[in-house]
Design a binder for this molecule. Structure first.
Ligand code: NAD
Ligand code: UFG
Length: 339
């Protein structure tokens, strides 16, 4: 198949390109590079030995989308493109609604006009808000707590309506838990701009000496050690999930919503310990106040993904830490040259 990968130059996108290329698919990357680098795509070419066309354009730009669909014979779209910083979304909600929600509507219009009706969408566990019960199943109540999360919820609703309006659409809503780690080659990985918002890249930057101390946001939650618990998933496992979703769509039209998580939660302190062991580095930390909007615990019931997609996470916490450290230590400045 030929797959258009929006946001394909980003963290999860590049890892998914590798899985797609290694499975024999052709890929076309469509990315405006607002949060990524062309070098990441070149690294994918290096790893796979295959050529990747990169179109630098915006999903809000209908003309560029139409041009892309007329240049390539696209069979399906994997749609990663979006802004994802929770704090920024609180400050600039309209930017998030415009980019994520309107951008997705424009993409779907262009797909429809081109007769391409197979879509895999990057949703998030954030749509569950503060979960009532754990592990979280796909039929749990939804309700996001910030504009970023609401863009994911609104897009899910929009895509659900689209699939009702026209049964020819095949749509997978993949709700990711917390992706971490990197490709084992150490050539691609997460490259956050500025101060990382998320725990794992913050830990790796403390380990490499770029940041002095990790702030642990609260140790008074009702969890094993008082710190927040999350379902961390190796990004390569997550990437494989997209391939499984595409394969399932080939024999099943309609809309499917699935969690992609491991089912296992780890606390912040457990993460620090595991990373220190894998890297051999000290991770100095101090406990500070809770981060507003954070929840105590969040982990998936991943059984539906197993039943429907035949997919299961295979890589454990040690591998997540080892591969994350391999990427960070080989690329201390991410894709940027050393200064
Ligand atoms: P990322 O920022 O590394 O990748 C997103 C890519 O989309 C970037 O390359 C960026 O340049 C591109 N992009 C953004 N807006 C665009 C636009 N208007 N037009 C074209 N390209 C655009 O992020 P990621 O971690 O790889 O996340 C991929 C997707 O998965 C996002 O939709 C994100 O919301 C979702 N997600 C991520 C996480 C996570 O923790 N990383 C968790 C749940 C869901
Ligand atoms: N944490 C710290 N210190 C930090 C960063 C995080 O203690 O410097 C703690 C948080 O309080 C939380 C845990 O580490 O308990 C994980 O925090 P992250 O920011 O890494 O992840 P979240 O679960 O808060 O959110 C992330 C993304 C969301 C996404 C969600 C589920 O930011 O957009 O995972 O996929 F929706």
């Amino acid at each position: 198949m030929t797959i258009l990968v929006t946001g394909g130059a980003g963290y999860i996108g590049t890892h998914t390109l590798i899985e797609l290329l290694q499975a024999g698919h052709q890929v076309v990357v469509y990315d405006n590079l607002c949060n990524s680098s062309r070098i990441a795509v070149q690294r994918v070419e290096e790893i796979t030995g295959k050529k990747v066309d990169l179109i630098q354009a915006d999903i809000c730009d209908r003309q560029s989308l139409d041009q892309t669909f007329s240049t390539y014979e696209i069979d399906a779209v994997i749609h990663f493109a979006g802004l994802k910083a929770v704090g920024e979304s609180v400050e600039k909600p309209l930017t998030y609604y415009q980019n994520n929600v309107s951008g997705t509507a424009t993409l779907c219009e262009a797909m429809s006009a081109a007769g391409v009706k197979q879509l895999v969408f990057s949703s998030s566990a954030t749509v569950y808000g503060d979960p009532q019960s754990l592990p979280i199943r796909e039929d749990a109540a939804t309700g996001a707590t910030n504009p970023y999360g609401r863009t994911k919820l609104f897009i899910e609703e929009m895509l659900r309506d689209l699939s009702i309006s026209d049964p020819a659409w095949r749509i997978a809503l993949l709700r990711y838990f917390n992706p971490v780690g990197a490709h084992p080659s150490g050539l691609i990985g997460e490259d956050p701009q500025g101060i990382p918002n998320n725990l794992f890249p913050y830990i790796t930057q403390v380990a490499i000496g770029q940041r002095q101390t990790l702030s642990v946001f609260g140790d008074d939650y009702a969890t094993i050690d008082g710190t927040g618990v999350r379902d961390y998933i190796h990004v390569v496992d997550l990437a494989r999930g997209h391939l499984c979703a595409l394969e399932r769509q080939n024999s099943n039209p309609g809309l499917l919503t699935v969690n992609l998580g491991t089912g296992q939660g780890y606390s912040v302190l457990e993460m620090i310990k595991a990373f220190a062991t894998a890297s051999g580095c000290d991770i100095p930390y101090q406990v500070v106040a809770r981060r507003p909007g954070d929840i105590a615990s969040c982990y998936a019931d991943p059984s539906l993904a197993h039943e429907e997609l035949g997919w299961k996470a295979e890589k454990g916490l040690d591998e997540m830490c080892r591969d994350g450290w391999n990427w960070q230590s080989r690329n201390p400045h991410g894709y940027k040259p050393a200064v």
